[in-house]
Design a protein around this ligand. Structure first.
Ligand code: FAD
Length: 687
């Protein structure tokens, strides 16, 4: 409750560069009796993003690049709470209060300074497999991951796998991408001398950029210097290269090249803060369109600054770039315009002449454009450090970062890798055909459920190297045996198609499997089935099946083939006219999309599906398939695993449906070749 009705409340949403500078300027310009200034921020600190790359590279301590807002903003009410809505017509914001309940707070003026959020969803698999670099948590997690890769490389006996652990991919060669690639390269190469199983030459850092030059914001000469220097220090730079998809093994480029690496850092892709989505204001690429004085268009008391705002710089008539330098200036000028508005003065358009641009490129080198002077190399790097030291918003942090940097002149980077055990979680992962999901001999820490796609179970040391022993399709699972027995994985699992899996950590798996009866029963049943090695019981049947190809046993597919848009009525008619138990559903190029059985059809009918209902709604999507090149032993294992009477057969590269295999035919083939079929029949029934 406000006791003085004339006292204004100014709410600032966001404690980044823009919000902090705005709050500081307002506090200085307005007496506490005239205005209450409230700043909401999710975290209780400001993150000094220009030094995030230094955190990854162990050049500075993570705590030294964050500044507590409360200590920075004396006289400002700092609220570490998440704002969840803006009700501009009522002049209030909605936020989650400490008890988790939505609460409201009225404002006279609202400043939106909520930045943007990393969004890696534009490229398939990127969100699942890449590290974003936006906040301090991202930098700490990435640093920890890099350390872990070095430790894994040290103990890895397989040279190819070791090279993979030591391969790092950075996507996007703007400032943050270049700095991150430089720091990772320096860290891993400098640290190689402390490891016995790899050398600096084994480290591979690849920087991928979609344009024809790195650092597009910087002049040609400096940009060229940066490229040359980075390549000299061992960073491989791929220009004009777009990432098509990311997986656990690396990234696929649009031209077809696949870059392998155990670490992917994605510095491109951002979207506006979701809180702004429902605000009725025009936008440009998601950023709120602001008037020259930084008021959001269509509003008189809502202002926008920093990365979330599209503000034309009156100095050059260009939209302001999303940088900390601009965010700070906008925050300051926005505060002054609010003060002028409260005091009935004339507001001013945002105008700012940038002071310069800096980018560290690794190897104690940087490029700098500062007050019209172009610098590169060690001198630019010293200037870069000096400027950022000065820009840190608190003296305590300046001393701490200065100390961290000075330390590195005398001592090596710190390789301590604090493995703070995180709470187990459920996550999703995405793999491309050919990628390994798990490797034989590894200790399994997870349970995997296939959401879509197919994987093959591979065992080494079979007939001539790796041997496919089974295929698992959607809804199947694996990893349970190793988790429950606490033993290394007895097989590898490789994606046969693009695969999405749900990954449960050990603790979640244990809790869910103990409490959820259907899962417990399914696990017990599967464990029992998988524990019996059918081929040890029937070595002769195995030999027969191994010597027979699926292509020798497959039959033509039951016709007609349906499309996902075909209707219930059409399929019903086909069941009536043909003596088939199921029909296949194919899309473009006869690529298999689903299967519909008589049971599916009857179930849909009983659930009220009409004659025009498309069969896409009732079919089983992405059924497990065999490849034409599989052998009969794989087919028999898939039949046993999935308990199917019919298996579709596809061409493995195009996924085109080419035939089907009936279990009855498979059995008949075995029985025709083995002298004592009664014995087999009895054993098969027992299994
Ligand atoms: C790795 C990296 C390196 C960079 N290097 C440089 C550089 O060298 N030089 C440079 O000029 N710029 C650099 N930038 C860009 C610079 O960080 C941004 O332009 C700047 O941070 C934008 O400031 P902002 O105040 O608009 O937003 P931010 O700094 O993103 O702050 C927004 C704040 O709002 C909070 N917030 C958002 N939504 C809510 C909500 N609903 N409730 C509560 N709080 C919320 C967030 O938690 C965050 O603290 C870099 C950026 C990155 C990621």
């Amino acid at each position: 409750m406000r006791t003085n009705p004339a006292k204004k409340r100014i709410i600032i949403l966001g404690g980044g560069f823009a919000g902090v500078k705005c709050a500081q300027t307002l506090r200085r310009a307005l007496a506490p009796g005239d205005a209450e200034i409230v700043l909401f921020n999710r975290e209780n600190h400001l993150v000094f993003t220009p030094l995030l790359a230094d955190v990854i590279g162990s050049s500075v301590n993570p705590l030294d690049v964050v500044v507590p807002l409360r200590q920075l903003l004396r006289g400002v009410t700092c609220r570490t709470e998440e704002v969840i809505g803006i009700r501009a017509t009522q002049n209030e914001i909605v936020y989650y209060s400490s008890d988790g309940q939505p609460s409201r707070l009225k404002y006279d003026h609202l400043v939106l300074a909520c930045g943007n959020v990393a969004n890696l969803n534009a490229v398939p698999g990127m969100a699942d497999h890449a590290f974003p670099l936006k906040n301090i948590g991202d930098a700490i997690a990435l640093r920890s991951h890099v350390m872990e890769q070095m430790e894994k490389a040290e103990t890895c006996a397989d040279p190819e796998r070791r090279r993979w652990y030591l391969s790092f991919i950075v996507v996007g060669a703007g400032y943050s991408g270049v700095e991150a690639a430089g720091e990772i390269n320096d860290l891993v190469r400098d640290s190689a001398r402390y490891f016995q199983n790899f050398r600096a030459e084994d480290v591979k850092v690849t920087l991928i950029h979609s344009r024809d030059a790195i650092l597009p914001e910087i002049g040609d000469r400096l940009r060229e210097f940066a490229r040359r220097k980075m390549e000299q220090t061992g960073v491989r730079i791929l220009l004009n290269s777009r990432v098509d998809s990311a997986s656990a093994e690396g990234v696929a480029l649009q031209g077809g090249e696949f870059v392998k690496g155990a670490t992917i850092v994605c510095t491109v892709g951002s979207s506006p803060s979701p809180i702004l989505e429902r605000l009725a204001a025009p936008r440009d690429k998601g950023r709120l369109m602001a008037e020259p004085d930084m008021r959001v268009r269509n509003f008189t008391n809502v202002w926008a600054t920093g990365d979330c705002a599209h503000i034309i710089n009156a100095h050059d008539g260009q939209p302001s770039p999303p940088t900390g330098q601009f965010a700070e200036r906008q925050g300051r000028q926005c505060a002054l315009n609010i003060v002028r508005t409260l005091q009935q003065g004339q507001v001013r358009a945002f105008s700012f002449k940038p002071l310069g641009r800096f980018c560290a490129i690794g190897g104690n080198s940087a490029v700098a454009e500062f007050m019209g002077i172009h610098l590169s190399g060690f001198g630019a790097w010293l200037l870069w450090r000096g400027v950022y030291l000065f820009k840190l918003p608190a003296w305590a942090r300046r001393f701490q970062v200065g100390f961290d940097w000075a330390w590195l002149f005398l001592f090596p980077r710190d390789l301590a890798h604090l493995r703070a055990r995180q709470t187990d979680r459920v996550s999703r992962a995405h793999y491309r055909a050919g990628d390994f999901l798990v490797h034989e001999g590894e200790a399994s820490a997870s349970f995997y459920v296939i959401e879509s796609g197919e994987v093959e179970v591979v065992r080494s040391g079979g007939h001539g190297g790796d041997e496919v022993i089974s295929v698992l399709g959607s809804s199947s699972f694996f990893g349970e045996q190793a988790l429950l027995s606490n033993e290394p994985l007895a097989y590898s699992v490789r994606a046969r198609t693009t695969v999405k899996v749900l990954v449960m950590g050990r603790n979640v798996f244990t809790q869910v499997s103990q409490t959820l009866a259907p899962l417990r029963d399914a696990l017990a049943e599967t464990l029992n089935r998988r524990s019996i090695d059918l081929w040890k019981v029937h070595p002769k049947a195995f030999d027969v099946l191994k010597a027979t190809g699926v292509r020798d046993l497959m039959e033509t597919v039951p016709l007609p083939l349906f499309k996902p848009s075909s209707t219930m009525a059409e399929v019903g008619r086909a069941f009536a006219e043909h003596n088939h138990e199921l029909f296949y559903v194919c899309g473009e190029g006869q690529v298999l999309e689903g299967v519909v059985t008589m049971t599916d059809w009857m179930r849909a009918l009983s659930q009220g599906a009409g004659p025009d209902t498309p069969i896409a709604e009732l079919m089983k999507h992405n059924p497990v398939t065999l490849c034409r090149d599989d052998d009969g032993a794989v087919a028999a294992t898939v039949v046993r695993e999935h308990r199917l009477k019919h298996l579709p057969v596809v061409d493995c590269s195009s996924r085109r449906l080419v035939g089907c295999l009936r279990t009855r035919r498979l059995m008949a083939h075995v029985f025709s070749k083995i002298p004592r079929p009664e014995h087999i029949r009895a054993n098969l029934t027992a299994v």
